[in-house]
Design a protein around this ligand. Structure first.
Ligand SMILES: O=c1nc[nH]c2c1ncn2[C@H]1C[C@H](O)[C@@H](COP(=O)(O)OP(=O)(O)OP(=O)(O)O)O1
Ligand SMILES: [Mg+2]
Length: 445
């Protein structure tokens, strides 16, 4: 299926977060998710509703509305009708609940934060955009209180964002625009924190009930979307993010291979970790003997050694190519296939020579990546990812590294040498292992 705007199924629309959008509110944000535009203002009032008086606890409340001409045809103002629609009530309560899940109201003290989300242009996902934008406005407003009232710490405990996901003609897609939303058989709003926790999931398959498997993949999509939204919030908030999230955890990538470093760095970029290389830490040319007999063992050997030397959480990848007709070779010997210190070119040539005469259908192979993570307190774990394909008859493409020009990826009919790094980093053995690694890492830091 081709999506509107040529987006990939797991791709957000362009996200733009503009702070200080209007001048009076303590926090004022314009959030744009593609053509959906919402102004989110956060105002501080130095009092609380009667039921909280003298409790020492603050309050947060949200309102939501749409301008008459935010939609294709003019919609009468709710104020002219004299009452709020059910939908409006439901949305403003949702926004309030989402924000309340990440604020410490005791630490805020006896004051109220008013959130006003006003949709100026609606192209689907206005409630989720409201939550994502309102969080940034709230952070700005709370920061002003934190500064001017000398609070001990920022009373915000996590980031929160929201995104829609849905199913159209059996395909699961992220961040639906209005037209997609109107054609969706299943649609769902997923509100999450930066810790990967869920605050709320609203899902409906009115005429098309959905299965547990479909629910799981929709939630996976929501997770990807929210991670990227939180990354956008983090970038927008700059230094204020640090006050909320604390110092980023530093991890060191235990590899001497710059291509791997770039791939791993990219895949980790949406995570709240600071990625360091051995070079960054002043360790050049660490030579670690890969004496294990499996990918896991070698990955652990590299990660343990680097953790020992740097004292930081170390992440190592041991990877290679397994060719079926060669009984799984070169496997863990992939890097030294044509001899100690052999180049990628020499390794590729040796492989082609060994496969000489075999037709494409006999050249099935897979890339394997084992990733080991070792913590300074000696906790450790490994995860594994694989990627199926075939060995090409000749090298094609300049991208990537290692055996990439020879590896035709199943389902793409192209080598990794031809595919862009964006595509490779979604489907590769390393990407799959990293995806599992992130889940495990999230639990532990
Ligand atoms: O995505 C990949 N695309 C193409 N080739 C790949 C890939 N992933 C692993 N490979 C090949 C390259 C190397 O011949 C061997 C890895 O050997 P491996 O020891 O894990 O890495 P390495 O020595 O280059 O760096 P280091 O050990 O410092 O992490 O498998
Ligand atoms: Mg190596």
């Amino acid at each position: 299926m081709k999506r509107i705007g040529g987006r990939k199924n797991d791709q957000l629309r362009e996200v733009k977060i503009t702070r200080d959008y209007t001048k009076y509110a303590e926090g004022s944000v314009l959030i744009e998710m593609g053509d959906t535009k919402v102004i989110c203002n956060a105002s501080i009032e130095e009092k609380v509703p009667p039921f909280l008086k003298n409790s020492g606890t603050g309050w947060i409340t949200a309102e939501y509305s749409m301008l008459p001409r935010a939609t294709h045809s003019r919609k009468i103002r709710e104020s002219s009708k004299g009452k709020l629609e059910g939908r409006t009530q439901e949305i403003q309560r949702l926004i309030g609940r989402a924000l309340r899940s990440v604020i410490d109201l005791k630490a805020l003290g006896e004051r109220t934060i008013w959130i006003d989300c006003d949709v100026i242009q609606a192209d689907g996902g206005t409630r989720t955009a409201s939550i994502t934008g309102a969080f940034v406005a709230m952070a700005d407003a709370v920061y002003k209180v934190y500064k001017s009232k000398g609070l001990k710490k920022m009373p915000i405990t996590s980031f929160v964002s929201a995104v829609s996901v849905g199913i159209i003609n059996g395909e699961k897609i992220l961040d639906l625009c209005y037209e997609e939303d109107s054609n969706a058989q299943v649609d769902m709003n997923i509100v999450m924190t930066n810790k990967g926790e869920f605050v709320e999931i609203q899902g409906t398959g009115e005429e098309f009930p959905f299965t547990k498997e479909e629910l799981d993949s929709l939630i996976d999509l929501g997770q990807i979307g929210n991670r990227n939204l939180i990354k956008a919030q983090r970038e927008a908030l700059g230094d204020i993010s640090k006050l909320i999230l604390g110092d980023e955890v530093e991890v060191v990538i235990a590899t001497s291979n710059n291509h791997k470093l770039t791939e791993i760095g990219k895949i980790l970029s949406e995570f709240n970790v600071k990625v360091l290389s051995l070079n960054d830490l002043g360790f050049k040319d660490i030579k670690i003997d890969e004496t294990g007999s499996t990918f896991e063992e070698n990955a652990l050997i590299k990660a343990r050694e680097v953790m020992k030397r740097t004292g930081k959480i170390a992440i190592a990848d041991d990877s290679g190519l397994m060719v079926d007709i060669l009984g799984g070779r070169p496997g863990i010997y992939s890097a030294r296939f044509a001899g100690e210190n052999s180049t990628d070119k020499q390794n590729n040539e040796k492989l082609l020579k060994l496969l000489n005469g075999y037709p494409l259908e006999k050249r099935s192979a897979r890339f394997v990546s084992s990733i080991a993570v070792v913590f300074p307190d000696k906790r450790e774990f490994t995860v594994k990812g694989t990627c199926e394909g075939k060995i090409a008859l000749t090298p094609v493409g300049e991208n990537g590294f290692g055996y990439d020009p020879l590896f035709i990826v199943d389902g793409y009919d192209k080598t990794f040498g031809e595919l862009s790094s964006e595509v490779k980093n979604k489907i590769s053995h390393r990407a799959k292992a990293m995806e599992k690694m992130k889940v495990e890492l999230e639990k532990r830091i």
